[in-house]
Design a protein around this ligand. Sequence first.
Ligand code: SF4
Length: 197
Amino acid sequence: MLPLMEEFYSLQGEGFHTGRPSYFVRIGGCDVGCRWCDSKESWDAAKYPPVLTDKIIEHAASYPAKAIVVTGGEPLLYNLDYLSRGLHGEGIMTFLETSGSSRISGEWDWICLSPKKDAPPLPEIFEKTNEMKVIIEDLQDLEWAEENARQVSSGCILYLQPEWSRRSTAIPVIVDYIKSHPKWKISLQAHKYMRIP
Ligand code: SF4
């Protein structure tokens, strides 16, 4: 069972799979505590009654995309082996969004790591990361981005994403930086511009 905060069918709005239809599962509970978190209501897992994992799998399988984004909160606070195996058993591609601050579990077709200064990733996740997305508020965050970029594999796709409430000042900083550091790309929260979940 997992404390399910919400589940919905939408399009991925961030990073490499932007535009891809997916079923989203937001699991309650996070111990990272980012000041600018846009889902603070997810932090307290006790607010979300545990739901049978089989039900989550059944719901995900009922949508045509056959792709799921497991997010939070911090989903790796829970062992995700049963969920991810069950999803694979239904032919569903599994995508994980995590800060990497807890031990990794589960079978993933794609891992998006978003490292947070308040609870840095455990070293074990870096080699498994397909995509790293660093949230940028100001220039200092670029140093944090580079620190993490040194630890992922050479094939990992690197994104800088403006913190939404600071986007008017963060976007020009990111654009300038990427032009001189071309291993990075920008990720925008397209779902917010489209006003979809
Ligand atoms: Fe919010 Fe994610 Fe940070 Fe947790 S890790 S506080 S859910 S932004």
